[in-house]
Design a binder for this molecule. Sequence first.
Ligand code: PLP
Length: 694
Amino acid sequence: MPPLADPMLFDPSFELTSALCVKSTKSWSVQKSSDLYRVGGWGAPYYKINSRGNMAVRPFGAKTAPNDEIDLMDTIREVVASQDNITMPLIIRFPDIVKNRMDTLQSAFDRGIARHRYSGRFQGVFPVKCNPDRYLIEEIVSHGRYINFGLEAGSKPELLLVMAAMCRASNDAFLICNGYKDVEYVEMALVARTMGLNTMIVLEQLEELDIVIKVSNQLQIRPVIGVRAKLSTKHAGHWGETSGEKGKFGLSTSEIVQVVKRLRKVDMSDCLQLLHFHIGSQIPSLSIVREGVSEAAHIFCELALMGANMNVIDIGGGLGVDYDGTHSSSSDMSIGYNMEEYAETVVEAIKDATVQKNVKQPILCCESGRALVSHHSVLVFDVFSAHKNGGTGSDRGISYNIDGLPEELKYLRDDFARSLDNGDPECILMCAKKLKNESTRLFKQGLLGLEVRAAIDELFETVSVYVGQQKNDSSMNLVNQNGCDDQCRPREAGSDSSATYHINLSIFKSIPDSWAIGQLFPFVPLHRLESQPTERVILSDLTCDSDGKVVTFIGNDKFGAETANHLPLHELEDDKPYYMGMFLGGAYQEVLGSLHNLFGNPHVVHVVPSKSAGGVRITKFLPGQNLANVLCAMNHAPQLMYENLKERVDNYLREGTLEKENAEVILMSSFSSYTYLAPDKHSRAFHQNKFIYS
Ligand SMILES: *Cc1c(COP(=O)(O)O)cnc(C)c1O
């Protein structure tokens, strides 16, 4: 009986398939990696693969000079060299990308305004809920000073944050107050007006109007009021629930009319100046933008005609990001338009309504969050081990000689042997399954030893991989016959094993949307991209939670598939780190992340191109949370913990069972260490990065 897993003996097409793969491996190129990971689709103009086969950043987008490109592997080296004992994961921020996004948004609207001879101007605000990081907000405010860029808050802490930050903004910049409000919120927003901050209180609920009228009377401060309209326009994607007449937020048309009447009665019609709406995040297509903005623009005009002092229309957020790089308007993970087209559509729709109703053209405000900050950061992490499912062929023959097999199982073993001779894969699988089921049953009754059960489980595993491979090969041959024979999917010659790579990261901390709502992000190795990735991988994180994994990825075939159930990656090399990046996660992920298993915030570095050609300069290093930090977050008191442990340590030192040097491991270093895995300080490896075969 020949070893089953040698595919040449069972699969007549093997030679052909293998020959194609070998040819393709040799002619692999950086361009092929770029196509495989769709870097041009989701990453342009900020990300590319450079000629060294590394991921590189172009911080100024299309205007980036070749000397200003930042090699991400150089960046990691620089960070590791500049800080003691730094290990992954790491968030790398590129402040220049945020500035470029702001400029691109501003100029898109400026151009739309010029093209349509629109008489209002554009003023953006950044919704801080998207990423409330102090330094990010500071960058946005300082860069936005000359374009009157403002901020949006949706809660009291955000309001305080925004008020303090906007002390450095231009006086005309908007400070938009959204979210549910109580008396204290309204007081803060009103007093801010008397400090020269341009706060606009947007009513989310009818009840808030009473609070605003009462507090403004008490404080004798005239408010600037906006209303948030609940539009009938809805989008079907994940965030579409925000919108539509049954949406969670905003006032219905009848409530809006009541607001106008109430304000008229108390002689405050001049205070109502802004109309706000938000169709929902990640709007997939321009037709929805056009419909929603038109509906809102007509509400705006009607309010003006009813005597309100309308001069700002705030179109909310929703400008999307092309996560999967397909430029498609039919998927949650993509968008079928760019910033320029978005702005053009908005300006045109508002212009049309105002011309039709003969109303003064308002200032255009937009609260784009996702589209401004998604691109500016990269989450860098390493792979600490790999677990390959099934064998590679030559070293993994199927042997059914199992020592100590009890009599009751021998007939099933013989059936299995006959099925091997027969060669029908389905039949082989079925016989192996029977053997496995029966052995499990006997084990549960205490009639079978663990070693025998393990041998049978292993046999079954090998057989299922073999059968899966047979099926895959036949479908692959179909593709080949259809003329796509240079399409050599990343797979090891002669096997279709998929591997699980264990990543030094918590999905719950760093990519929560992947777990919570199935959001896809591009994952790409940061190096070795000049060579072909040969493994088909799923990712598994550090948490003790079966949900802590990524099993769906953006598509990676030539046919434009929306998703893939594996990520092509390189085989790990002994003692060498394998670095990967998660891209487009600059919006929402950091703030939504949780402390599951007490994995804390990763380190953050800010990076800009250095003056010397092709170099990088680290402008900020913000250490991630250590063990003491995350324990504090759950109300533990590291000082008390230390004292408890110290008392115990001292007792055991006295008794002589504990050595002094060993005690220091607990008392000296542990509280200040990073929450993630660290490679061995001496070998710089986690352990031998060899594949572990199941
Ligand atoms: C969340 C939110 C935004 C930001 O939306 P993006 O899709 O990230 O641009 C803007 N405005 C309001 C009211 C929001 O709730």
